[in-house]
Design a protein around this ligand. Structure first.
Ligand SMILES: Cc1cc2nc3c(=O)[nH]c(=O)nc-3n(C[C@H](O)[C@H](O)[C@H](O)COP(=O)(O)OP(=O)(O)OC[C@H]3O[C@@H](n4cnc5c(N)ncnc54)[C@H](O)[C@@H]3O)c2cc1C
Length: 420
């Protein structure tokens, strides 16, 4: 059986990926190929970070790619890219610093009164072969999208169809049905449609559950914080640094991005206090009053930071969780990224990197020579490479995100670093 023969481990996957950096010219306009071997027609549902990264990986292997997504106005705050993610991107010649990423070389955890609880100094972060970076999500997404769809570069550029909501999938036939009734057929369908995935419903009936937590998100210019004597000393100390302030059932995480010029805030708190609703929209408006009330007992310097948020830019969303689905694959359909394993980004947000890992693994198991007869088995191989690791990290993320309650034994927060 293919799974036994190849028995790929994640580390080998990356080497294998580099070997299959083919250039394939193709005139295919349909989403299926005609021959018995590749290039394959691949329809990717969802052009978030996971979908566009899969497109980059798969175009290098010479497949024809179709992205179907309603990408309207991209927004979003910052995302952390850790060594396993930056390593994959670098293997493809993509350096996130060209999208304004700054490095993350330090992590400081404060209590709500401003005292330092712990600090992970530079050596802990620089022992990896590749850097940890903090990047403005919009810039990263736009950069990756350009690379996936550009006529320059290896393989066949991905075709991106925006405002094309997928409403149904037939995993056996490899068809996707759009909202306007159009039906497209592909050799492989990738469900990269995020936490509120439609494609997942065609594989399993695993349901999302609320984590009970919500997150306010906003950014403030570094210069604004530097101009205030209350916040200036902290800002000075936080170049290339991720920081968090914890107080019982609420935290806030702050880190710079965009060459350290923007300060990104994610403020995690009981959802009941901000009335966040369960929604696949990422732009639910929140008010500054709500934010200040939730963090009322935090140090004045923290509140001075929060008060600088432009009220029109403060968003709130509920954090969703999900049990592991029994499988990520059915017939010609495979899930990827948040659709397969949503992370509760409480303290530590690894969703983007995990989606990048999935995308790399998928592009390895579908090389240009893929016989059509092996597609389903190869998708199962992808699942077997990724399933245990992704769900182990999902579990670790839940554990390290638990509330810091007095007297309760603390979860080893090093866990999160070991499992990046
Ligand atoms: C707008 C936005 C802002 C975000 N902001 C942050 C942030 O600030 N910090 C952070 O850590 N993480 C953020 N995330 C989440 C983070 O990007 C993901 O956790 C991670 O990158 C995994 O990506 P993904 O591709 O699996 O899912 P996502 O990034 O959620 O992408 C899924 C994509 O699928 C599309 N889609 C959904 N349903 C359909 C459908 N039926 N048909 C076609 N397309 C569909 C969506 O429009 C979206 O573009 C954000 C996600 C989004 C979509």
């Amino acid at each position: 059986m293919l799974l036994d023969v190849l028995n790929l481990q994640t580390s080998l996957v990356l080497t294998y990926l580099l070997l299959f950096n083919f250039l394939v010219e193709s005139e295919h306009e349909a989403a299926t190929s005609n021959g018995s071997a590749g290039p394959l027609g691949i329809a990717i549902v969802g052009a978030g970070i996971g979908g566009v990264t899969a497109a980059i990986g798969l175009r290098r292997n010479g497949h024809i790619l179709y992205e179907k997504s309603p990408l309207a106005n991209e927004f979003g705050a910052a995302v952390g890219l850790y060594p396993n993610g930056t390593g994959i991107l670098r293997a493809w010649g993509i350096f996130a610093e060209t999208f304004g990423a700054n490095s993350m070389s330090r992590f400081v955890e404060y209590a709500r009164d401003g005292s330092v609880l712990r600090e992970f100094p530079e050596p802990n972060w620089t022992c990896w072969k590749h850097p940890s970076q903090l990047v403005y999500r919009v810039a990263l997404h736009e950069g990756l999208k350009q690379i996936a769809t550009s006529p320059d570069g290896p393989g066949t550029p991905a075709k991106l169809f925006t405002s094309s909501k997928v409403v149904a999938v037939n995993p056996e036939q490899g068809t996707v049905t759009l909202e306007n009734g159009t039906v497209a057929t592909a050799d492989v369908v990738v469900g990269a449609d995020g936490v509120y995935s439609t494609t997942r419903k065609y594989i399993c009936d695993t349901q999302l559950v609320s984590s009970g937590q919500a997150a306010f998100r906003f950014m403030i210019p570094r210069s604004t914080a530097e101009a205030d004597p209350v916040t200036a000393p902290l800002v000075k100390n936080l170049i290339n640094t991720m920081s968090s302030w914890s107080g019982g059932d609420r935290w806030l995480v702050m880190y710079p991005c965009n060459d350290n010029q923007l300060l990104n805030f994610a403020c995690i708190h009981p959802g009941s206090e901000s009335h966040a609703v369960q929604s696949d929209e990422w732009n639910k408006q929140a008010s500054l009053d709500q934010v200040l009330k939730v963090y009322d007992e935090f140090d004045p310097s923290v509140k001075a930071f929060l008060a600088k948020a432009d009220p029109s830019t403060i968003k709130v969303w509920q954090l969703m969780d999900m049990d592991k689905p029994p499988t990520w694959v059915s017939g010609k359909l495979a899930l990827l990224g948040d659709a397969a394993h949503p992370f509760t980004p409480r303290k530590h947000w690894t969703g983007a990197v995990k989606a990048i890992e999935d995308a790399a693994a998928l592009s390895v198991v579908l090389p240009p020579s893929t016989p059509h007869s092996q597609i389903c088995e190869r998708l199962k191989l992808y699942e077997s490479i990724r399933y245990e690791r992704a769900h182990k990290i999902q579990h670790a993320s839940r554990m390290t995100g638990q509330d810091r309650v007095d007297g309760k034994p603390e979860v080893d927060s090093e866990l999160k670093y070991h499992h990046h």
